[in-house]
Design a protein around this ligand. Structure first.
Ligand code: C5P
Length: 433
């Protein structure tokens, strides 16, 4: 009796979706353990496949314990009728290689099959996702870039990498996405793949082409994005001013995420202490009037406008060129409203796709929805000011015609990437192909 109940329970909870998690030999292999744990938690069945080099970084026992399934290691193993390279792949809805080393990417790009994992990839009948992880010089090497372009052209989905501190002590592009981000990406991919298959069980497009379409939807290659970031500073006199509390971290993260997705980014920034993301066209401004001018000059060229800046709502009517001397009596400052840059851009006859931000201290949902309607922007990202300002992490709610989308608490770069993916999707939907 107990046996039947257990079987029934096992049947009910058995994962509907299964992936092969391919792990290759890089230091980021330790993150694959957490990735497996997060995927299993989402009821995605995971079978790990390790290359020989990967076993130098993480043990098969760890992966077996986390996935609850035997690990695929060796193509000469006689279990599964000696056909693991075929049978394991057939049972999978996707193969995810994380980390994917430069060497393994080169093998995939050239169709080499000299171990179990590369053979599984070559013999697969399901989508392939790769999360590159390597030193920045290896990443920038033309051979690697050529191989990745080939993989993408063959229909693979490339997740990341991102820029940051590297195990070798250097700093730059090539760091594997964090496990949480990868888990989210993989889950979203499997979900949308499933709905695609459900909508079109006999797809009009071959699978490879459908993968390519999906991949290109998530890229912003050559798309021109204009971003405002940071605070503005409105002078009262030679030494004093009015400003908003804003570190610029979110706007800079948005610029960085857009660059990673292949966009051409112009960053119009108020005063911040941050370094501009490498590769942006940077324009430094101080006041709202200067930011407005900088945007007006460049907006005709922009496909997407993202207003992240905390623009001061008022400026001083008559700022003094000299320092105002302290007196005994009251000092009254006359203030004039500043132009609303986002509303101006959204109101242009042929506006770029506009994304606004709202930092509210209360009634987040109501204020954000009202702001989206008032400024007539298709997408608005809202957060609570007291949680967001100056912090490295943030929780965002996206408002669009489809409703609300929560981006749970994560660091600002992860949030920016998720926001840009959402933006890319809506931008593509509004554009004829
Ligand atoms: O300040 P407020 O909450 O209205 O900001 C909402 C959005 O409008 C943000 O995206 C901000 O960058 C933009 N904005 C602007 N110009 C202003 C005020 C706000 O572009 N003068």
């Amino acid at each position: 009796m107990r046996g039947i109940m257990e079987q029934t329970r096992a049947k009910r909870t058995a994962p509907e979706t299964r992936i092969i998690l391919g792990i290759t030999g890089g230091i980021a292999a330790y993150k694959a353990a957490e990735l497996a744990r997060l995927l299993v938690k989402q009821n995605i069945g995971v079978r790990a496949a390790l290359t020989e080099a990967a076993t130098r970084f993480i043990t098969p026992v760890t992966m077996q314990a986390l996935t609850g399934r035997p690990v695929l290691l060796n193509q000469w193993d006689c279990a599964e009728n000696g056909m693991a390279h075929i049978s394991a792949g057939r049972a999978a809805d996707a193969i995810v290689i994380a980390p994917a080393t430069a060497d393994f990417i080169a093998k995939l790009a050239h169709g080499l099959a000299d171990d179990l994992l590369s053979t599984l990839c070559l013999a697969r009948d399901c989508p392939l996702l790769v999360a590159p992880a390597m030193n920045k010089q290896m990443w920038e090497n033309l051979a690697t870039q050529r191989n990745l372009a080939q993989l993408a052209a063959d229909g693979a989905t490339v997740l990341g990498p991102c820029s940051g501190a590297q195990a070798c002590g250097e700093e730059g592009m090539g760091r594997m996405l964090e496990a949480e981000e990868l888990a989210q990406e993989v889950a979203e991919f499997l979900q949308s793949n499933k709905s695609m298959n459900a909508i079109s069980p006999t797809p009009t497009l071959p699978r490879r082409e459908r993968e390519l379409v999906r991949h290109s939807d998530e890229r912003l290659d050559g798309v021109k994005i204009l971003v405002t970031a940071g605070p503005t500073y409105e002078a009262i006199d030679a030494v004093r001013g009015i400003t908003n509390r804003s570190s610029g971290k979110m706007g800079y993260a948005v610029a960085q995420a857009a660059l990673e997705m292949g966009a051409e980014v112009t960053l119009v920034s108020g005063p911040t202490a941050l370094e501009k993301p490498h590769g942006t066209q940077a324009v430094d401004v101080i006041s709202a009037a200067e930011m407005f001018e900088a945007v007006k000059q460049r907006v005709a060229d922009a496909d997407i406008f993202i207003g992240v800046a905390a623009v001061a709502d008022y400026r001083v009517a008559q700022p003094s060129a000299q320092k105002i001397k302290k007196g005994e009596g009251k000092l009254t400052l006359g203030l004039l409203p500043n132009p609303d840059i986002l509303a101006y851009v959204a109101g242009l006859p042929q506006p770029p796709f506009c994304v606004g931000f709202a930092a509210e201290s209360e009634n987040l949902r109501a204020h954000a929805a009202a702001k989206r309607a008032a400024k007539k922007v298709p997408l608005l990202a809202a957060n609570l000011a007291q949680q967001a300002i100056g912090a490295d992490e943030n929780e965002l709610i996206l408002f669009d015609d489809g409703g609300e989308h929560l981006l749970p608490r994560a660091d600002k770069l992860a949030q920016a990437r998720a926001l840009l993916r959402h933006t890319a999707k809506l931008y593509r939907q509004g554009k004829p192909r």
